[in-house]
Ligand binder design. Structure first.
Ligand code: 4FV
Length: 251
């Protein structure tokens, strides 16, 4: 069973997350235990404060060491993986999520105000950012990371349903369709209705390469390709260049 503890000033932020859909089912089945802990409960400040002014001046307040460090000490074990959420962290990717999902005990630390006293970083194992933007607090980031981790744990969702997720093979997911076969004159590609599994597999790989080539060419940089993928990617590039040329001609 995996345990996730979130150290935050707003434990209630996670209430609806725990009560919803796949996450609720995972918690009910005890595949995962999820606890939100208020690190203000650990402050020794006579006014119950957890923040203070910034040394050297600067707008806003900063989270102080004592409440957070004592909360960490009280809620971590030898095998705990302590992760600080901050814009200065390693960018969250499916690869990073897979690595974290291997751990049975994860402690997530949510920032607030202008962030953390720098010395708090000496007490964490990893720093993770969910993206190059600034949130009001680390809670949304902790929620996003927890969701991505929990869905990879055994027994939470069918393993085959995340095997061909976007990014699982470093590519964007192929186009998917459901009934009706024709909607508003738009048809499901015939190959998907053919029952020919090999042609379907090849079509999906090619369309995965096409979507990645058109939308996220950065994901193709440095990626090792099978000979089949190389051949299909070349076909895609030729087809897209032809489309581009004919579009230019029609301009
Ligand atoms: C953030 C992010 C993030 C910064 C100031 C909380 C805020 C406030 N966390 N990925 N992007 N945190 O913006 O993880 O303390």
């Amino acid at each position: 069973m995996m345990e996730i503890k979130v150290l935050t000033l707003f434990p209630n932020f996670f209430d609806s997350f725990k009560e919803t859909s796949i996450i609720k089912r995972a918690l009910d089945k005890e595949s995962v235990q999820f606890t939100a802990i208020n690190f203000r409960d650990y402050t020794l400040d006579k006014h119950n404060n957890v923040d203070d002014t910034i040394c050297g001046g600067g707008a806003g307040m900063l989270l102080a060491c004592q409440p957070i460090v004592d909360a960490l000490k009280a809620n971590t074990k030898a095998n705990s993986k302590v992760v600080m959420l901050s814009p200065q962290g390693k960018k969250m990717t499916q690869k990073l999520v897979r690595e974290l999902a291997e751990h049975d005990d994860i402690v997530l630390l949510c920032g607030h105000y202008e962030g953390f006293d720098e010395r708090i970083r000496d007490y964490v194992d990893e720093e993770v950012s969910i993206g190059d933007f600034v949130l009001t607090g680390g809670e949304p980031a902790a929620l996003v990371l927890s969701d991505a981790i929990i869905r990879l744990r055994d027994g939470v969702i069918r393993s085959d349903s995340h095997e061909d997720d976007s990014f699982e093979n470093g590519l964007l997911e192929y186009p998917q369709y459901t009934r009706p076969v024709e909607y508003d004159g738009k048809k499901v590609p015939d190959v998907l209705m053919s029952g020919h599994h090999e042609n379907i597999r090849k079509w999906r790989l090619k369309e995965s390469l096409r979507k990645t080539y058109l939308r996220r060419p950065d994901l193709l940089d440095g990626r090792t390709f099978t000979s089949e993928e190389q051949k299909l990617l070349q076909e895609v590039m030729d087809e897209e260049n032809k489309k581009q040329t004919s579009n230019d001609e029609n301009q």
